[in-house]
Each structure stands twice: as C-alpha cells, then as structure tokens.
Design a protein around this ligand. Structure first.
Ligand SMILES: Cc1cc2nc3c(=O)[nH]c(=O)nc-3n(C[C@H](O)[C@H](O)[C@H](O)COP(=O)(O)O)c2cc1C
Length: 151
C-alpha cells in the first residue's frame, strides 16, 4: 500500500484542518495515511513514506514557524529521491509574504531530490469549499504522479 506522511504546523487550527481534509482524500484514494504535528515529528519519517506532504502556516515576515524550524533544517539532510511531495498551507493576504513558508518547504523538497506531485495550494485562513476542492485535486495529482513513477 502506498504510504502518505502528512506533517502540519498549525497554531489556530487552519493547517490542522487542511491536514484532515487531505487525510480523508488520500484515504479515499486508497492510501495508507499517517498525519502528525511538526514539532512531534522526526523529519526522517519522510524516508519511510512514498508520498510526503507539508501543510504549514507562515509567520512573521514570511517565515517558517518557529516550532517547524528543527524539522525544516533536518529535512535538508534527507535523501527523498523517488518520493513524491506536495506543499500547501494557510496564510493571510494581509501580510506581504503570503504563504511563503509553503514555498520554502517546496524548495527544500526539491533540494533533497523529491518529485513534485502537484502545484502548491495556498489557502486564505480557514479552508472553505473552494479550497477543499483544490486540496482534493492536489491529493489526486500527487497520487497520479506516484502511480506514474511506480510504473
Ligand atoms: C504575527 C503573525 C504573522 C504572520 N505572518 C504571515 C505572513 O508573513 N504571511 C502569511 O501568509 N500569513 C501570515 N500570518 C497569518 C497566518 O499564517 C494565518 O493566520 C494562518 O491561517 C495560520 O494558520 P494556522 O491556523 O494553521 O495556525 C501571520 C500571522 C500572525 C499572527
């Protein structure tokens, strides 16, 4: 069974909601899903998965959340060649660097050899129906890419 690891960073719950939406969708697609909060997760868990997903909010001046920094740094030491990744997250257009942490995570995935399964999904605050549709499509794209690589 294809393994999906979803790691989220969330203070007010928006990214946790995103992670739940994705968990449900990946399970519907027949995947074996494990979801956890970033500060409780070892970056090396990504090495045991086939599909690696991040859902992170962005903090002050467009940075990766404090509690995700160790995970973020540890990711740089991984080799995720052959894995498919997806990066998404919630932000607020009130801030100049909208959802920048999502792009920062995507950059690290690229650096360590993971293959992009979908364009990022950026959610304005809490996920609404249109965002849920985008997240469902995001999961579908990622699964399709993983299947393509398996052939
Ligand atoms: C002090 C502070 C700084 C923030 N900076 C940014 C930012 O630079 N870019 C952005 O897109 N969102 C920024 N946000 C908004 C959060 O990313 C947004 O509220 C997000 O939905 C929180 O996700 P969570 O509910 O998963 O914690 C900031 C929020 C706070 C409180």
């Amino acid at each position: 069974m294809t393994k999906v690891k979803i790691v989220y960073a969330s203070i007010t719950g928006n990214d946790e909601d995103i992670a739940y939406v994705l968990t449900e969708k990946f399970e519907e697609l027949g995947m074996d899903v494990d979801m956890s909060e970033v500060s409780q997760t070892d970056a090396s868990d990504f090495e045991d998965a086939d599909i690696c997903v991040i859902a992170s909010y962005t903090y002050d001046d467009g940075v990766v959340p404090d509690e995700a920094l160790d995970f973020f740094d540890d990711m740089k030491d991984l080799d995720l060649t052959g894995k498919v990744y997806g990066a998404c997250g919630s932000g607020d257009h009130f801030y100049e660097d909208f959802c920048r942490a999502v792009d920062e995570f995507a950059d690290v995935f690229e650096e360590v050899g993971a293959t992009k399964g979908s364009d990022p999904v950026y959610v304005e605050l809490a996920p609404e129906q249109a965002d849920i549709d985008d997240l469902d499509k995001f999961a579908e794209n990622i699964v399709a890419k993983a299947k393509e690589m398996d052939e």
